[in-house]
Design a protein around this ligand. Sequence first.
Ligand code: UT7
Length: 329
Amino acid sequence: MASRIRVGIAGTGAYVPERVVSNDWFEEILDTNDEWIVQRTGIRERRFAAEDEATSDLCVHAAEEALRNAGITADELDLIIVATISPDFQLPSTAVLVQDRLGATKAGAFDVVAACSGFVTALHTGEAFIAAGRARRVLVIGAETLSRFLNFEDRGSCIIFGDGAGAAVLMPHGECGQGEILRTSLGADGSGYEFIHMPGGGTRLPATVETVQANKHKIALKGRETFKFAVQRMSSLIREFMEDHEPEELGLIVPHQVNRRIIDAALDRLDMTDEKVLVNIQKYGNTSAASVPVALHEAVTQDRCIPGKLVVLVAFGAGLTWGGTLIRW
Ligand code: UT7
């Protein structure tokens, strides 16, 4: 059997819509306030897509930047994987729309649905294709337009989420010389499927006038229940990845931007400070599958991914699902 091909992250990109929605905006429509939102989540503002903007549009912006940074063109891609729970359409996938818009004429394309763990899931899928010699250049995107699925009558959920997209181009490490994926981990516990849930619109509860009126096509969240799970998973994934490495080898942790308090509580458990953690939730809120790649791109542009040091991606969310990626930058 041929040996596994080592895979690297050749380039990253990100895009957030122009419209900034501050916490004050929610005060106009709900019984909430800036102080509560900042204290309980760390979020100060988030971005909402324009009316004529959908998830594939966000994907294309992020992808173009990632391709430029990787130094390749779309027609060199073998595969495009989009992670999203807010696709343009129920059918077909968002990935095929991106494939067409980019002119990626030689690429296969499909979506993965793993909510906030979507980007790491797509990253591992792309890595596996290249490692097995089944593809050489893979574009991986995490993108969401969750503003279309928020219940603006539910103050416990709608204040958290935002829109955005982040992308990464994968290729053999020998060709790009950076961002080698050393280890991946994925997990799921579907017994918690109702914790973060969009009940209507599928085969279980097809759309009717009544389901629409009852907000069944919007995100329903049991925040308190998912809080504990998120803290536990974030800390255990980091511990698992660092068990074979010295603490000095760690360059940066890029966690899912779920809630500032969740990130702080996980770091507390690990006896770590936030010095080596990228946090940008104050600017974008929780962008689900876009959260990790947007943060990773920010880390790259701010030179926080240090060559030779470890970068740890960790994500967890609806499903329940979780996943992590250990990278030697
Ligand atoms: O990416 C994965 C998906 N996201 C998550 O898994 C989110 C994880 N959970 C969280 O981030 C937090 O649980 C929330 C931010 C959703 C909620 O924060 P919390 O500290 O867990 O609040 P809570 O749900 O325990 O609610 C505490 C109080 C309640 O009032 P009472 O019952 O104590 O009188 C809520 O009604 O805060 C109230 N509340 C609010 N008050 C003002 C809930 N939302 C708001 C709000 N403004 N927006």
